[in-house]
Design a protein around this ligand. Structure first.
Ligand code: PBG
Length: 331
């Protein structure tokens, strides 16, 4: 009789039969930066995650590096008085985020630093692009993104992460980076980024949500993808691959595993998935209520993303996962 249970009979046999293994090499840790000194400010809707001031983020990265976690995605909180309609602070000489990145890169040259290329943290409108007459302009926004990209490359980022969903931005960024001598700076494109309800805690962390104003669109549905669409992700991926993206990303992750699998089957580029703030917050809340066990539910969640085809998992659980791995809790 064929008995599939034989391959599950002991931990050693299960290890031999195991199809998917996740390691600390597979995860990227998103971190939030804020201006000031000595600040470690917990994000209300994302417990265990903080806005760090530049001095404190160095110590946090040091701790992560010691856990074998080497890749970080860093997002800046910008003060209201530094915001404007054109997001000019995003590439300004005095930009504290860019200065901090140079500092991190100097201290930890072996770390991989991934940026966020989008206007929303710097925009008084809270949109990823320029708003005019109630519409988000595409090509004019790409011009701003190019300036932001050059400034970020100069600051020392290893990989740029355009999260804005404007058409044509990957090719435009690639050309501009190359023309400025940044041929080695990579692009991790937010290829299939959906207009999702799961970005709430992130927007709280950065105070970057679309503003409440009758002249400003309330949501990002004219540029981020419709959650109902799967084949459309292939159009975005074709373009990003042709325009030179080094990594293709799906975002959110858990609710979009079919998209992850589809891109994995169709493209040779590494596939990243952004396990977004709302998806992580759900699990944190259930664990805080005693309804789920964090030490088993969290690694199972990351494993499921890897099994679906994710090569690079961007998750707020990256540090805890690295800790568990290092301390040998996970086999
Ligand atoms: C900004 C950006 C967002 C996220 C990453 N980059 C928010 C948005 O598009 O509104 C969300 C990440 C998360 O929820 O963890 N363009």
């Amino acid at each position: 009789m064929i008995r599939p249970r034989r391959n599950r009979k002991s931990a050693a046999v299960r290890r031999l039969a195991r199809e998917t293994v996740i390691t600390t090499n597979d995860v990227v840790y998103p971190l939030f930066l804020t201006q000031g000194k000595g600040i470690k400010d917990e994000i209300n809707s994302l417990p265990g995650n903080y806005r760090w001031s530049p001095d404190r983020i160095l110590a946090e990265i040091d701790e992560c590096m010691n856990l074998g976690l080497h890749s970080f995605m860093i997002f800046p909180k910008i003060k209201n008085e530094q915001k404007d309609k054109m997001a000019t602070y995003s590439y300004a000489q005095e930009n504290y985020y860019l200065k901090c990145i140079s500092e991190i890169k100097k201290r930890f040259p072996e770390a991989c630093l991934i940026s966020d290329v989008a206007m929303d943290p710097y925009s008084t409108d809270g949109h990823d692009g320029i708003v005019r007459d109630g519409r988000i302009l595409n090509d004019e926004t790409v011009e701003v993104l190019i300036k932001m990209s050059i400034a970020q490359a100069e600051a020392g980022f290893d990989i740029l992460g355009p999260s804005d969903m404007m058409d044509g931005r990957v090719g435009a960024m690639r050309d501009a980076l190359d023309a400025h001598g940044h041929t080695e700076v990579s692009i991790m494109s937010y290829t299939a980024k959906y207009a999702s309800a799961f970005y709430g805690p992130f927007r709280e962390a950065l105070d970057s949500a679309p503003v409440d104003d009758p002249n400003i669109p309330k949501d990002k549905k004219t540029y981020q993808m419709d959650p109902a669409n799967k084949r459309e992700a292939l159009i975005e991926a074709d373009l990003d691959a042709a325009e030179g993206a080094d990594f293709l990303m799906v975002k959110p992750a858990l609710h979009y595993m079919d998209i992850i699998q589809q891109l994995k089957e169709n493209y040779a580029q590494p596939i990243a998935a952004y396990h977004v703030s709302g998806e992580c917050a759900m699990l944190i809340a259930a664990c805080q209520n005693g309804w789920l066990d964090y030490n088993t539910a969290m690694p199972e969640t990351l494993l499921s993303l890897k099994r679906a085809g994710t090569d690079v998992i961007i998750t707020y659980f990256a540090k805890d996962f690295a800790k568990m791995k290092k301390e040998g809790w996970l086999s």
